[in-house]
Design a binder for this molecule. Structure first.
Ligand code: IPM
Ligand code: MG
Length: 401
């Protein structure tokens, strides 16, 4: 017979979480209208370097953005702002995943470009504070994690819409060791949270002329939460009669991404947070590695752009930080440009990265001294993006056969 006080303690813990989440649902029902950047001047872009390889790769992206937005900075339409203090040293000293003063500065910006930050895990010597990414996504309600992967030569053009505030992440730091032997974590999926990410995926498909949205769950096993995600997809799909949709389970989906005969059929994918975390690393690897993929964290009133990978502490301890690929942060910069209303400039950056990283490859980063340094690759992208013949060069490669 279980000790009653153990059960009571667990119930109380669970009750507190339910209360918090019900309050959150009420807040979600009152979502503000999305920001219209065309009406804002100046648009303030905050830059946060992060940890490990973060500052170096973020700097290369900043260079590209500053070069391309030079006129806008001069005319006062755009302003860059450096924000210090989102480092593991400062976060550990303050025992806060995002120190209050840093969060206040972030909130004063319309969008941020953020280098990867170290996520403490049990036993690594840092206090076990929550991941800065996860905190920022929650604090600013950045619900849509948009992760594109494109390989023109293979006709791959995927856009993942990963839900960014719920699932195992919502209460990832609030699990409970009920006894020494029994540990429980909690998974949260809401109607509102599911609807907004699935709707964003369908809206993106419609806007970009895509015909298909794929929903990924494990609803055959995780019946209640994934079941809800799928039910909401069914409802949202009815509002988009021109777009077909289908549902896949996460296990077979990971297999299909490496099925070269089928994978280019997928276009826009929407999925809960954790499956999205895993599947987008796989997709990025297919594109050339996690170092090549950028990520947008979009909310209604704020947005943060980052690499999809971490701060690579192993590269730093092995003395290889200066060989990190900055492509991920430059791709993130392109997404930032598109988000604040410069889609043509963003497309130029993407073309330059396709040319530099996938076709011409005059400088290649390998993550070690066998390849180009971060700065050398950055120079290469800066030169390529400002080449007036970029578009025809890109078309030459992409339509070559
Ligand atoms: C990502 C990362 C983060 C996540 C980590 C660093 C917390 O893996 O952005 O995919 O799990 O979301
Ligand atoms: Mg990840």
């Amino acid at each position: 017979m279980a000790d009653n006080s153990v059960i009571e303690r667990a119930k109380e813990h669970f009750g507190g979480l339910v209360e918090q989440q019900l309050e959150r649902v009420e807040r979600l029902k009152q979502a503000p209208a999305p920001t219209d950047y065309s009406k804002i001047s100046p648009i303030v872009i905050g830059m946060l370097g992060g940890d490990g390889i973060g500052p170096t790769i973020t700097y290369e992206s900043q260079r590209v953005l500053e070069q391309l937005l030079d006129d806008e900075v001069k005319s006062g339409k755009v302003q860059f702002r450096n924000i210090e203090g989102l480092t593991i040293e400062n976060r550990a000293a303050k025992l806060q995943s995002i120190p209050d003063d840093v969060l206040a500065e972030i909130k004063e910006c319309h969008v941020t470009l953020k280098g990867p930050t170290h996520t403490p895990e049990k036993g690594d010597g840092w206090p076990n504070i929550e991941s800065a990414n996860v905190s920022m996504r929650k604090a600013l309600d950045l619900f849509a994690n948009v992760r594109p992967v494109r390989i023109p030569a293979e006709n791959i053009d995927w856009t993942f819409f990963r839900e960014n505030t719920e699932d195992m992440y919502a209460l990832g730091s609030n699990g409970i060791n009920i006894t020494d032997d029994l540990a429980m974590d909690f998974r949260v999926i809401t109607t509102q949270g599911s609807r907004r990410i699935i709707d964003a995926a369908f809206a993106h498909a419609k806007k970009t002329g895509k015909e298909r949205v794929t929903i990924v769950t494990k609803a055959n096993i995780v019946k209640t939460t994934d079941g809800k995600f799928l039910d909401i997809a069914r409802e949202v799909a009815e509002n988009y009669p021109g777009i077909s949709w289908d549902a896949w389970y996460i296990d077979i989906m990971t297999a299909k991404l490496i099925d070269t005969a089928r994978r280019s059929d997928f276009q826009v994918l929407a999925l809960p947070n954790m499956y999205g975390d895993i599947l987008t690393d796989e997709a990025a690897q297919i594109q050339g590695g996690v170092g090549t993929a950028g990520s947008a964290n979009i909310g209604t009133t704020s947005a943060m752009f980052e690499a999809i990978h971490g701060s690579a502490p192993r590269m730093v301890t092995e003395g290889r930080a200066q060989y990190a690929d900055p492509s991920s942060m430059i791709r993130a910069g392109a997404m930032l440009l598109e988000h604040i209303g410069f889609p043509e400039v963003a497309e130029k950056v993407n073309m330059a990265l396709d040319v530099c990283g996938q076709y011409e490859r005059k400088a290649v980063t390998t993550g070690r001294n066998t390849g180009a340094t971060t700065g050398e690759f950055g120079d290469y992208v800066v030169d390529t993006v400002s080449d007036s013949g970029l578009k025809s060069k890109w078309e030459g490669y992409v339509y070559a056969n």
